[in-house]
Ligand binder design. Structure first.
Ligand SMILES: *[C@@H]1O[C@H](CO)[C@@H](O)[C@H](O)[C@H]1NC(C)=O
Ligand SMILES: *[C@@H]1O[C@H](CO)[C@@H](O)[C@H](O)[C@H]1NC(C)=O
Ligand SMILES: *[C@@H]1O[C@H](CO)[C@@H](O)[C@H](O)[C@H]1NC(C)=O
Ligand SMILES: *[C@@H]1O[C@H](CO)[C@@H](O)[C@H](O)[C@H]1NC(C)=O
Ligand SMILES: *[C@@H]1O[C@H](CO)[C@@H](O)[C@H](O)[C@H]1NC(C)=O
Length: 328
């Protein structure tokens, strides 16, 4: 036991300088562009773990401008620009010589963003998975961590009022039926919406992090921290963790938390190369959200899927369940 702790400590000390080094970003400079095609290039983070560029949707000649985990075979997306408006083959994302950042179609039609982001000095794909457009003082003008889709990554924060939207189906990235919002009262809430009005129906999950009698005891930020925990930070500085048990060190796993198309907010872990023992999560606490039940399901290739189901609540005449699942 002592050996393994020392061993881990030694590993940590060896790995640490590389992490610090890898945090330095190679800038993407003015005049560079990427074109949507079957063998598009991409812009990688210094560690090579994240990439920014075009991903084809299914077997169609349509592409998403996206960020994905580049070192895993699935290339799982963690952000996408144009889910409601996929880009045809030949579309181009460019950082123009005069500092505009835009995605245009093959006939030069504007696809994203609206309005175009201008005054950009350089762009950077960071090792955190955040893609940043910066001005000449290196201040961010835009960052993917503040333009939420359906996924958050470790180190990402949701402020009051910020929300994630599910996609329509596993392979259709149009806006779907569910949202997650860090509400002004300080609670994390999951609820279905009407489309296209986005009218919010009754929440089917609400974190217990609002205190009407004492505002300081209410939630202030939702933080997905570097160890893979999802926490609500209260105004008084206290932390309420929604992921109730030790997850494996994030240096061994890629983590993401996604509001899945079926309305489940799910924490996923994927072993980095060589790290792959799924054991630790088997000790997961029986309580993640309020009075949950746990299903443990073994998957192919040593993957373990632990599903923690919260109270069932009635929404619009049908039962919807909220849970956090852990996939290794
Ligand atoms: C990126 O570009 C900015 C502006 O030119 C510069 O200040 C910064 O040092 C560059 N960073 C790296 C890592 O090259
Ligand atoms: C996704 O679903 C929407 C709404 O049903 C549909 O209009 C759109 O064509 C679909 N997108 C793709 C890429 O299939
Ligand atoms: C909510 O949290 C408070 C403490 O912050 C606790 O006293 C209360 O029992 C919790 N309620 C539920 C339903 O878990
Ligand atoms: C992340 O949150 C968990 C639960 O609150 C905490 O135990 C852990 O120390 C935090 N990790 C970091 C790096 O802050
Ligand atoms: C986390 O687990 C501990 C011990 O099992 C329990 O007392 C606590 O209420 C749980 N917290 C949540 C948020 O479920």
């Amino acid at each position: 036991m002592a050996f393994s702790v020392l061993h881990l400590l030694a590993l940590y000390l060896i790995v640490q300088p590389f992490c610090v080094h890898a945090a330095q970003t190679a800038n993407i400079s003015l005049g560079l562009s990427l074109t949507a095609s079957d063998n598009s290039l991409s812009w990688q983070s210094p560690s090579g773990e994240f990439a920014f560029g075009f991903r084809r949707i299914g077997d169609q000649d349509l592409f998403l401008l996206a960020i994905w985990f580049d070192k895993i075979p699935e290339k799982t997306l963690v952000w996408y620009a144009n889910g409601d408006n996929p880009a045809p083959k030949g579309s181009k994302v460019e950082l123009t010589k005069d500092g505009n950042f835009r995605l245009t179609g093959p006939r030069k039609e504007e696809i994203w963003p609206q309005p175009v982001i201008s005054g950009v000095a350089y762009a950077a794909m960071l090792d955190s998975g955040n893609f940043v457009l910066a001005n000449q003082n290196s201040a961010p003008l835009w960052q993917s961590f503040k333009d939420h889709t359906d996924t958050i990554l470790p180190t990402q924060v949701l402020e009051i009022g910020e929300k994630l939207s599910s996609r329509k189906t596993a392979s259709n990235y149009s806006k779907g039926k569910f949202q997650l919002q860090f509400k002004p009262a300080g609670t994390l809430e999951l609820y279905p919406i009407a489309l296209p009005t986005e009218f919010e129906y009754k929440a089917y999950y609400k974190s217990n992090t609002s205190d009407a009698a004492d505002k300081l005891n209410s939630g202030y930020q939702l933080v997905f921290n570097e160890s893979g925990h999802i926490n609500v930070v209260l105004r008084n500085g206290n932390i309420v963790t929604l992921t109730n048990k030790t997850v494996s060190p994030s240096r061994d796993y890629y983590y993401r938390a996604t509001l899945d198309f079926d309305g489940l907010f799910t924490l996923y872990g994927y072993p980095k190369k060589g790290a792959g023992h799924p054991g630790p999560l088997c000790g997961l606490s029986q309580k993640t959200f309020a009075s949950p039940s746990i299903q443990l399901e073994r998957r192919a290739a040593g993957h373990v899927d632990i599903t923690v189901t919260a109270d069932l609540m009635q929404t619009q005449g049908q039962f919807v369940n909220a849970f956090l699942a852990f996939l290794l």
